[in-house]
Design a protein around this ligand. Structure first.
Ligand code: NDP
Length: 277
């Protein structure tokens, strides 16, 4: 008798995670037989829960807030994008028993922007708001698209400057505070702060978005986020939230585990239609 391959997402809180649903749809679509569950794991219990999961035959894990940095420290081998992100959202058990750690958030964002929405990043002036884990995770994949410049603006200015410094030499990238954005203009503004989750908007000056520019909020919600609303108000060509990124990062994890790429568009359309109901 062969046992079913088991995967899970760990996080705290985890009740509202869409990941089990997304992976179940991917499995059905690709004819893969697997089980994917969600487990509430507070930070203090991560090592114990991960060890138990893999000892019990688990094949792969996703990690979300607040576990990505702990997962980064836990794995045996890291991909380049996980190394620079200093955070791991996907763990995969290798044939030799070692644990591979990857970060699929950044590639998820880039795929959603470039493939799903047809937004070219090459030569663009890009502003990233926030200098936390999500910002760190998206920088390497964005740099891979050869933007003209990246500015990172953060409430705690020192964190933005420090984060930009880590990527010096890999592209034109600088860190600053929100006040330093006056009289600057960008083609793409990415909100990687967690302020949307509390319904707040970082203090942003008028004229920040170039004509035909795009706004993208990494956060997603059934209601329009405050940042997406702001983008609509200032007449962004597109003002998007992070649901597409969520599905794309999941597809990349699924590929790492199963070696097969699920179709993401129908899943994004399904989840979008459900939140409009
Ligand atoms: P972190 O806690 O690591 O970082 C939070 C950042 O937000 C910091 O830069 C912090 O600034 C800033 N911030 C928080 N509140 C405010 C505020 N009121 N005004 C201005 N800045 C604020 O969070 P993450 O980086 O892990 O996550 C950021 C967002 O990205 C979350 O909304 C998360 O849900 C989303 N995300 C979405 C994904 C997807 O698949 N769509 C994947 C990963 C993340 P300071 O340094 O000054 O405290």
């Amino acid at each position: 008798m062969t046992s079913i391959d088991r995967y899970a997402v760990f996080g705290h809180p985890i009740k509202h995670s869409k990941s089990p649903r997304i992976h179940q749809i991917f499995a059905e679509q690709t004819g893969q037989i697997l089980e994917y569950s969600a487990q509430d794991v507070p930070a203090g219990h991560f090592s114990e829960a991960a060890a138990q999961f893999f000892a019990g035959g688990g094949k792969g894990l996703n990690c979300t807030v607040p576990l990505k940095e702990l997962a980064w420290a836990y794995v045996d081998v890291k991909t380049e994008r996980a190394r620079t992100a200093k955070a791991v959202n996907t763990l995969a058990l290798q044939a030799d028993g070692s644990l591979l750690g990857d970060n699929t958030d950044g590639i998820g964002l880039v795929t959603d922007l470039t493939v799903n929405h047809g937004i070219a990043l090459a030569g663009s002036r890009i502003l990233i708001l926030g200098a936390g884990g999500a910002s760190r995770g998206i920088i390497t994949p964005i740099l891979g698209q050869s933007p003209a410049t990246i500015a990172i603006a953060n409430r705690t200015i020192a964190k933005a400057i420090q984060l930009a410094a880590e990527f010096q030499g890999k592209g034109s990238i600088e860190g600053c505070g929100f006040d330093d954005l006056k009289s600057k203009q960008f083609d793409l503004i990415i909100n990687a702060t967690s302020s949307s989750l509390s319904g707040q908007l970082p203090p942003l000056p008028d004229g920040l978005l170039a004509k035909n520019g795009v706004c993208y909020d990494l956060a997603y919600s059934n209601e329009t986020t405050v940042f997406v609303s702001w983008g609509l108000e200032i007449q962004a060509q597109k003002s998007l939230d992070g649901l597409g990124m969520l599905v794309e990062q999941a597809a990349e994890a699924f590929f790492i585990w199963r070696g097969i790429r699920p179709k993401t568009r129908p899943v994004i359309e399904l989840l979008n239609s459900e939140r409009k109901m």
